[in-house]
Design a protein around this ligand. Structure first.
Ligand code: PEP
Ligand code: MG
Length: 881
């Protein structure tokens, strides 16, 4: 009989992951391949979805199907569930489409009760066997209580320890059959005390409770966090696998283990794994007994070993990928309980992909699809020593804003960071939030920790740009920066104390965890070569200084997609000239100040053009609200007033006049250039002169400057600013007596620009989508403050991911797509790119590929990720080159 919500293993196959989950599909596939799999059934992911649709209930029809399938596996296995004579015991395990830590995993020995235990023993007088039965029984009560009823496992361990103490023994192994019986009794009594009802004796009730527990665990907080981090949709649901038990703890001729067909840490081709004789699955992971290396099985059970090696090889050849397998040996007979494509480090992933191509198992395209783009990241940053990290204590958690590992002494100001670094100290800069003024301190620090701010906060964006580790938005920190300490998890951390940050997980450690330099093996280059030969999307980098530019180029950037010029104005003497420009009350004095800035700006561009060696660079005009450049502290105000020869009051007045209630929607972007065209003239002059100078040194570079005007929403704004650009540029080019092409384009980062992109394209030779602002303005919430409420949006399933990190394709994406089409309708050869944070996010990159952008631009350390994501997008959905 065919069911709708339940499938026997023999009815499925490996391609049915969506319906059966990964574990279920692979058990079905192994069954199909004739491998020794205890024959059970899978309750499908659709049953899980129904469970939630029906108000967290298993409906009668699904219950019926489960019992029907149970009857069939009773028949196949010749045993009966709950039968005292010949009982069937099962394991119940979750299995989503993608393996998901954080969910309920396994209950073993389900189906046991007093009668069944007594029945099992009947006819077998070996006292060891009786002990085994009661040992299994007490384990079952423990696991069931823990995962189904949420009674912590630890409390049961306490009961075991008490018994051992009473008897004066050290190891569980020394507990005899009577002890096990006593444990069963006390466990059940404890269960009743906690839950107010008896431990369920009806195996069918046990089974249904366990199935529900698996479904429930799909929605627990840990699973939700994991899903968000790994782009797994909530709608997928999980399947449940019910499988007859085989016993690795039956006797000395039994055992259990896990093995990989290749080393998951290095990728080396050799069977890798461990096993324990006379043990159940949990013993291997629990670490109570030290498992043996898999190779030793060759001596312990040579025939089983040979069979296992053969199965492992067949599985790898079949799946054409490294397999992670679980097996159990019951009384000398081998059973396969699971196989899946094994999780692996980035280095192993690359080696395995490259080796499989060399072994003729997969094509280069398949290899390119095998490596998770985000995984590459760990190869590009320093890493924690894995052992030391495991032993270290987590004191708090923030957003994993910029990956990498950082360990250093706490400092609270950018100046201290700079000064301490000059003395050779390694340090972590801890700030309430960062601002552009902190830049030098941020460069000097190993890592940055902030109390406020989301994934696109200043700290996060700048840190990612520099490839510096950053954990942002750790709201649990209580800051006392004036007194130079902070409090977290009830402890005080003073200036100079060591802390460590893991920018890949957001975890904070209250001690020095040693780091090791990440190494890039030779496979990396070869692999990326295959990816590059595939992709049609170009990959540029966001950089605003020669150092980041060089880093981006080393990582394969094909140019700069966004040079944020404001970042160039914060250092040393430039900030003075900048402030002078801002407080100027008339055009003449503003022009005077701008004239001081010009040489710095031109020099920066020249250096960057040199590093780029002919690769293109899009330079964006000044964008942020001007008050960001002004001082706020009284002593700073005094210093600057003195410097500018103004009274403190006069300077304060200027600062007050620049105050805006909503600066993100205020006097910024092209609005600055509309009010003060001389700024646009100065920036144009710097860019054009720099290009002429470097072209003169290196005619082969043939630089074509790309000038980008930000925050345009109306064609006339663009035209107004562009007129100044063209007039200035043409004049300089004529004066220099050279030939120089240049392009003027705009950012599309205001919804109105997207909606009128056909108009805008009349003036713009290129569009670059600024999806940070576009997301902010489309949703209507601030990119800097969204962290305050996104948590409740996740909890209530309104959002599954951060729209500032992963492009909202439905809304913001629709605007982008519309602008692409409108822009092309006016100017078919318009160049299209993206330079918002989404330009480094794999799923957003896939979207950019699909809608026909020419390039993505992202921070230097994300360039390899973007290259790989772009290649994968092309392999999955080929587009004309
Ligand atoms: C954007 O808005 O997406 C963008 C790239 O500009 P910024 O982040 O500098 O506002
Ligand atoms: Mg912007």
């Amino acid at each position: 009989m065919a069911y709708k919500y339940v499938l026997l293993f023999k009815e499925g196959n490996g391609s049915m992951k969506e319906l059966l989950g990964g574990k279920g599909a692979n058990l079905a596939e192994m069954t199909r391949l004739g491998m020794p799999v205890p024959q059970g059934f899978t309750v499908t992911t659709e049953a899980c979805t129904r469970y939630y649709d029906d108000g967290k209930k298993i409906s009668e029809d699904i219950e019926k199907e489960i019992y029907g399938a149970l009857a069939q596996i009773e028949e196949i296995n010749g045993k009966k569930f709950g039968d005292a004579e010949n009982p069937l015991l099962v394991s119940v395990r979750s299995g989503a489409r993608a393996s998901m830590p954080g969910m309920m995993d396994t209950i073993l020995n389900l189906g046991l009760n007093d009668e069944v235990a007594a029945g099992l023993i009947k006819g077998n007088n070996d006292p060891k066997f009786e002990r085994f039965v009661y040992d299994s029984y007490r384990r079952f009560i423990q696991m069931f209580s823990d995962v189904v009823m949420e009674i912590s496992k630890k409390t049961f361990e306490v009961i075991i320890d008490e018994l051992k103490e009473k008897k004066g023994i050290k190891n569980d192994i020394d507990l005899d059959v009577n002890d096990m019986k006593e444990l069963v009794k006390s466990f059940k009594a404890y269960y009743k005390e906690k839950k107010g009802v008896d431990f369920p004796v009806d195996p069918k009730e046990q089974l249904m409770d366990a199935v529900k527990a698996v479904f429930r665990s799909w929605d627990n907080p840990r699973a939700n966090v994991y899903r968000r981090m790994n782009d797994i949709p909530y709608s997928w649901g999980t399947a449940v696998n019910v499988q007859p038990m085989v016993f690795g703890n039956l006797n000395e001729n039994s055992g259990t283990g896990v093995a990989f067909t290749r080393d998951p840490a290095t990728g080396e081709k050799a069977l890798f794994g461990e096993y324990l004789i006379n043990a159940q699955g949990e013993d291997v992971v629990a670490g109570v007994r030290t498992p043996n290396k898999i190779s030793q099985l060759q001596n312990d059970m040579p025939e089983v070993y040979t069979q296992f090696v053969e199965i492992a090889n067949n599985l790898e050849n079949h799946y054409k990928d490294m397999q992670d397998m679980e097996f159990t040996i019951e009384n000398g007979k081998l059973y396969m309980l699971q196989t899946r494509n094994g999780k692996r480090t980035a280095a192993a992933a690359l080696k395995i992909a490259v080796d499989l191509v060399d072994e003729g198992m997969i094509t280069q395209d398949e290899a390119v699809l095998r490596v998770e783009p985000k995984q590459l990241d760990s190869l590009l940053h320093p890493q924690f020593d894995a052992k030391a990290l495991k032993a270290a204590k987590v004191i708090g958690e923030g957003l994993a804003a910029s990956p990498g590992a950082a360990c250093g002494k706490v400092v609270f100001t950018a100046e201290d960071a700079k000064a301490w670094a000059e003395k050779g100290e390694k340090l972590v800069l801890v700030r309430l939030e960062t601002s552009p003024e902190d830049i030098e301190g941020m460069v000097a620090a190993e890592g940055i920790l902030t109390v406020r701010g989301g994934m696109t906060s200043h700290a996060a964006v700048v840190a990612r740009g520099m490839g510096t580790c950053c954990v942002s938005g750790c709201g649990d920190i209580v800051m006392h920066s004036e007194q130079k300490y902070f409090e977290l998890s009830g402890k005080k951390y003073n200036e100079g104390d060591y802390i460590s940050l893991d920018g890949s997980t957001g975890k904070i450690y209250g001690e020095a965890v040693p780091t090791v330099e990440a190494s890039i093996s030779g496979d990396f280059g070869r692999f990326m070569g295959w990816a590059d030969s595939k992709r049609v999307l170009k990959v540029r980098t966001n950089a605003d200084n020669p150092r980041d530019t060089a880093q981006g180029v080393r990582f394969g950037a094909e140019g700069i997609g966004l040079c944020r010029t404001e970042h160039m104005f914060f250092e040393g003497t430039r900030i003075k000239a900048m402030r002078e420009m801002i407080v100027a009350r008339d055009v003449e004095s503003r022009k005077k100040a701008l004239a001081k800035i010009l040489p710095y700006q031109q020099n920066d561009f020249e250096e960057m053009y040199r590093v780029l060696e002919g690769r293109p660079m899009t330079v964006r005009f000044l964008d942020p609200p001007l008050h960001e450049f002004l001082p706020s502290k009284p002593e700073e105000i005094k210093e600057i007033a003195d410097e500018l020869g103004m009274t403190i009051e006069a300077l304060k007045e200027v600062i007050d006049s620049l105050h805006e209630f909503n600066p993100m929607m205020g006097h910024r972007g092209c609005r600055l250039a509309v009010s003060y065209p001389e700024i646009a003239e100065m920036q144009t002059t710097a860019i054009i002169k720099a290009a002429i100078a470097v072209n003169k040194e290196h005619p082969e570079y043939n630089i074509v400057p790309e000038i980008m005007i930000p925050l345009v929403g109306e064609i006339k704004e663009l035209k107004f600013v562009k007129n100044f650009v063209v007039a200035t540029a043409d004049k300089i080019i004529a004066q220099a007596g050279v030939k120089l092409d240049y392009k003027v384009g705009t950012m599309i980062e205001i919804p109105r620009a997207a909606l009128t992109a056909d108009e805008i394209a009349k003036e713009a030779e290129f569009f670059s989508f600024g999806t940070n602002d576009l997301t902010q303005m489309t949703f209507g919430f601030s990119r800097d403050d969204a962290g305050a409420f996104l948590g409740s949006y996740y909890d209530n399933k309104i959002f599954e991911s951060d729209p500032f990190a992963k492009l909202d394709q439905t809304g913001v994406g629709r605007l982008v797509k519309m602008a692409v089409e409108l822009g092309k309708s006016t100017r078919p050869d318009i160049k299209l790119g993206i330079c918002g944070e989404h330009g480094g996010d794999p799923s957003s990159i896939e979207f950019c590929h699909l809608i026909g952008l020419d390039y993505v631009s992202c921070s230097p350390f994300r360039v390899p990720i973007a290259r790989l994501a772009a290649a994968q997008a092309q392999i999955k959905n080929p587009r004309e080159k």
